[in-house]
Design a protein around this ligand. Structure first.
Ligand SMILES: C[S@@+](CC[C@H](N)C(=O)[O-])C[C@H]1O[C@@H](n2cnc3c(N)ncnc32)[C@H](O)[C@@H]1O
Length: 261
């Protein structure tokens, strides 16, 4: 899978100012990650160094700051996301603009690394190698990403012309291999299917597009979506809504805890 970094930056820059209004699912997963980090790190609140890889608008970092964590770092590839995060978080939180696959952070910098809904935009082995490099020995990573059943309803609706338009998500087995190859010790990996319901086609489309989560893959077969294809796809969803009274989007959430050996 080849991803266009410039497209990812453009999509998330464009989404930054309205991201929080539409990212309800990401916000809920983020809250669960905060609980998991706090259960592990609470006794060392004032000393432990925690980094968020793909911090977006800083929701997770702000929640940790509100709990009293004092050494917090956020990194994101999209400058406008970082600007939103800076606005939201206390001034002593450090932010950097950079790619999770090759961060300008020193080796052994952090005790805990957390990442929510970002690694699916990366080659997972590169991302986990950077987690391994930048984390201290014995440090812990708490990561949530998405698996291949994510947006399966979009995959069905968009693949009518033979070329799938939806991001290709790695399987939990592929992610496990990446974690092992990166040199981390996998402590747990769990998969959960979450269905989100919508009562209009536009609300369902907005929940993906308005957070910047549109496809950024580059393949030789990927043709631009024509206006008529797009209208046909919307009509299919409208039919489903009429028949079933709601629209559903599935998210396959993969939750990982790993340790630096
Ligand atoms: C769906 S948002 C999640 C943001 C935040 N973690 C949250 O839970 O709301 C994905 C974020 O990952 C960032 N991202 C994508 N690819 C990245 C990369 N290679 N390096 C750093 N950040 C990346 C995007 O800019 C975006 O802010």
């Amino acid at each position: 899978m080849s991803l266009s970094k410039s497209k990812i930056v453009q999509q998330f820059n464009r989404a930054a100012s309205r991201y929080d209004r539409f990212a309800e699912l990401q916000g809920n997963i983020s809250a669960d990650l905060v609980k998991a980090v706090d259960a592990y790190a609470e006794p060392q609140k004032s000393t432990i160094e925690i980094a968020d890889f793909g911090c977006g608008t800083g929701t997770l970092i702000k929640a940790l700051a509100d709990l009293g964590y004092q050494h917090l770092f956020g990194f994101d590839i999209a400058p406008m996301m970082v600007e939103e995060a800076k606005r939201k978080c206390p001034p002593d939180v450090s932010f950097g603009c950079g790619d999770i696959e090759s961060l300008a952070a020193q080796d052994n910098s952090f005790d805990v690394i957390v990442s929510n809904a970002a690694i699916q935009w990366c080659q997972s082995e590169k991302a986990f190698s950077e987690i391994n490099r930048t984390m201290r020995t014995g440090g812990r990573a708490f990561v949530c990403t998405f698996g291949p059943q994510t947006l399966k309803q979009w995959q069905d609706a968009f693949s009518f012309d033979g070329g799938c338009r939806v991001h290709t998500f790695e399987t939990s087995d592929q992610i496990t291999s990446s974690i092992n190859r990166a040199g981390l010790k996998l402590l747990s990996i769990e998969t959960q299917l979450i269905d989100v319901s919508f009562t209009s086609v536009s609300a369902m489309l907005d929940s993906v597009r308005r957070i910047g989560a549109t496809n950024a893959q580059q393949t030789s077969e990927t043709k631009p979506i024509s206006r008529s294809d797009y209208q046909a796809m919307k009509a299919r969803f409208q039919d489903t809504l009429r028949n079933e009274g709601k629209l559903t989007l599935t998210y396959e959430v993969i939750s990982i805890v790993a340790e630096k050996k």
